[in-house]
Ligand binder design. Sequence first.
Ligand SMILES: [Fe+2]
Length: 240
Amino acid sequence: MKRNEFLKTSTILGSASVLPPNNVFSQSLKETGMDKLTDANGNFALQPLPYAETFLEPSMDQETVHLHYTFHHGDAVKAANKDLEMVKKSIDENSLDTVDYWTKKLSFHLSSHILHTIFWTSLTNKKGSPGGELLKQVEKDFSSFDKLKTLIAKTSKGVDGNGWGILGYQPYTKKLTVLQCENHEKLTQWGVIPLLVIDVWEHSYYLKYRNRRAEFVDNLFPIINWENVADRFNIARKIS
Ligand SMILES: [Fe+2]
């Protein structure tokens, strides 16, 4: 099936979700198979959080969610719009000496917008675990769910500086893969579709956990939204 056909006709996400059905994040993923990153004018836009700011407590406190979503994610969205505008301006005004700078900035800020958008849907407030086709793939690629958890935890905790631990689907090999992403855009494999992302920038945990990143990561595991990961896995396999 071609990507466009799939996006129009996707009905694979019929299972009940723990996220509110009227939320733009979850609604967009269900209806189109894509995360909603832009507004009606095509500008990058911050969508409403898929839950109340207190929803992830006690694993993630309200103040951290508020600051993280409003300012760290929100500012990345604003910056990505500016970066894109400046790339266009550089071309229009033939001032190509600045295009290198703005292109790098756009990569950083848009990657931040993409990963944060996925991040909010990667978490929920009830315990779960992968099942069905996702679990089969996990066992095929990592031997067991426990081994995958160990790998994701180790990878996330070990990021040098700020970054992300990412479980993704690599369409070229048809396998799941775990990435250790620095900043928002480094150390990827081309083609990988993120399914689950763990933000280990200090802004993600420092208010509550101080320097204890490992404890923060361990406390996220019980609230990973495996239904959402499975939805993303199903989409990734069908569009690739
Ligand atoms: Fe973040």
